[in-house]
Design a protein around this ligand. Structure first.
Ligand code: SF4
Length: 473
């Protein structure tokens, strides 16, 4: 194994991940099975799961190569942003990035996307960064997603943001705390957008005022106004992607599902880092076109679609192959997670005011913030997952989150019971951490999922069939 892949002492994980990802440019546009095998054998064991998770299945291969090249380009822009006179801002994955792209001189970088890259690309995955946080004396009740994402910037030389923003105070304290701590520790300003739990028109109106104030603060700090023309340009791009998102959602309803499982991960990264840019439109368009083509040809990876599952919180994100590809080969379709449910209002592009109102609604209803910052966490979470699971025709649900998702874990028993009562859908509860394999290794997760599908989902399906047959006789 090339020891050059091992993280160097004091190196910023973000830059190391980018350096390794550079190899994607060396791969030919059209990869053969042999090329994939060679790429797999070239890298260290943990990265092998990423390589084959992205490249083994032909449909995934074409899209993911295209997507990761574009993503790398945008991350390089983030690296060069300060040299070009822009302010670099850390944002969490509960925040729409298009707000920041609407400024001429602000560039956003999503901390959880950095955490995800490191976890799937760097030798040793995210663990060393988590352990570093523990070594600093930070509590182990933090969210691994944003802690792993922010720690590299504490540890090493290299990229440092100019400010940090978050909107999770009151909805997810682990998320809010690590971002507030990062601001303090790194000595950079923090901008907080608070979400009222009041979901009535009064609460939404208040939130619109908060968003305007938040933008004003950013304008004063960055020294430039959010121009109406720029905002319109970004929002139009955003809504081009929204149209494709809606089409993508509809395609997932077909049986068997023509959308490859790994596209769910791709959508999460697009929404968190690239929305409002041409790259998001291009990748969404390709995902829609490829899924349509698979639907037309009746392509499905396994011989049969055994189960269609909705992930009630977050996908497992430390082993792409072991999770997304493995399920697909087993005939288990992943229809989405909480971060895949977006509510995009009709957008009125006529004025800055009207676009900001639309943007306020998008932010208010942004996944995770909408549920964990709702009037009733359990009700909002349950309603949203029921809507998605029923609309997409799920046979069952699977819970996965990080060990710090206290609100979800606190209401999980209620969620599972109500889900069964209202929809008849069983929920498999998996404990563990979607960013840290030391909690529940992938092999254990696979075993539990397989047993659940064989014993619960398949049995229920065959009972339903028998009932339907008897009723028809
Ligand atoms: S809700 Fe869970 S995954 Fe989301 S930020 Fe909070 S702890 Fe992390």
């Amino acid at each position: 194994m090339d020891k050059g892949f091992v993280m160097r002492e004091g190196e910023n994980g973000f830059e190391r991940a980018m350096g390794i990802l550079e190899m994607i440019y060396k791969l030919p546009d059209s990869l053969s099975e042999e090329d994939v095998e060679a790429a797999k054998n070239f890298v260290f064991p943990e990265l092998q799961q990423t390589v084959i998770g992205l490249l083994e299945l032909p449909a995934d291969r074409e899209l993911e190569l295209f997507f990761f090249r574009l993503l790398l380009g945008v991350l390089k822009e983030a690296q060069n942003a300060q040299a070009e006179g822009k302010k670099l801002v850390f944002i969490p994955f509960t925040f729409p990035p298009e707000i920041f792209y609407s400024f001429d001189n602000i560039f956003p970088i999503c901390t959880e996307i950095v955490g995800g890259l490191i976890t799937n690309i760097c030798y040793g995955q995210g663990e060393r960064f988590w352990d570093y946080a523990m070594g600093m004396g930070l509590p182990d009740s933090l969210c691994s997603a944003n802690t792993i994402g922010t720690m590299p910037f504490f540890m090493g030389p290299g990229l440092k943001a100019d400010a940090i923003v978050y909107n999770s105070a009151g909805s997810c304290n682990p998320n809010a705390k690590i971002h507030a701590f990062a601001s303090d520790y790194l000595g950079i300003p923090q901008f907080l957008l608070e979400k009222p739990v009041d979901e009535s028109p009064r609460g939404r109106e208040l939130f619109r005022q908060y968003l305007k104030r938040f933008i004003k603060e950013l304008e004063e700090w960055s020294g430039s106004e959010m121009r109406e023309e720029r905002l319109r340009e970004v929002m139009k791009k955003s809504y081009q992607a929204v149209e494709l998102y809606n089409e993508f959602w509809e395609l997932k309803k077909a049986r068997p599902c023509p959308v490859p499982n790994i596209f769910s991960m791709t959508l999460l990264v697009l929404r968190s880092q690239l929305w409002g840019r041409q790259e998001a439109v291009d990748v969404m368009q390709k995902m829609v076109d490829m899924s349509k083509e698979r639907l037309r040809k009746g392509e499905y990876t396994a011989s049969e679609e055994l189960a269609r599952v909705y992930i009630t919180y977050i996908y497992w994100l430390f082993d792409f192959y072991g999770y997304f590809t493995w399920m697909e080969k087993e005939g288990i379709t992943i229809l989405g997670d909480i971060l895949a449910i977006h509510y995009f209002p009709e957008m009125d592009f006529s004025s800055k005011e009207s676009m900001l109102e639309g943007l306020a609604d998008i932010t208010f209803d942004y996944p995770m913030t909408r549920q964990m910052g709702g009037e009733s966490i359990s009700m909002r979470w349950l309603d949203d997952i029921i809507y998605a699971a029923q609309d997409l025709g799920a046979d069952a649900c699977i819970f996965g989150g990080v060990h710090a998702c206290k609100h979800t874990l606190g209401t999980a028993a209620y969620f599972r019971r109500e889900m069964m009562k209202r929809t008849g859908l069983a929920t498999l509860m998996l404990t563990g951490d979607v960013f840290d394999k030391r909690h529940t290794p992938m092999e254990m997760l696979q075993e539990e999922v397989k047993t659940f599908v064989d014993q619960v989902v398949a049995r229920k399906k065959s009972q339903d069939k028998k009932k339907a047959k008897t009723a028809g006789e």
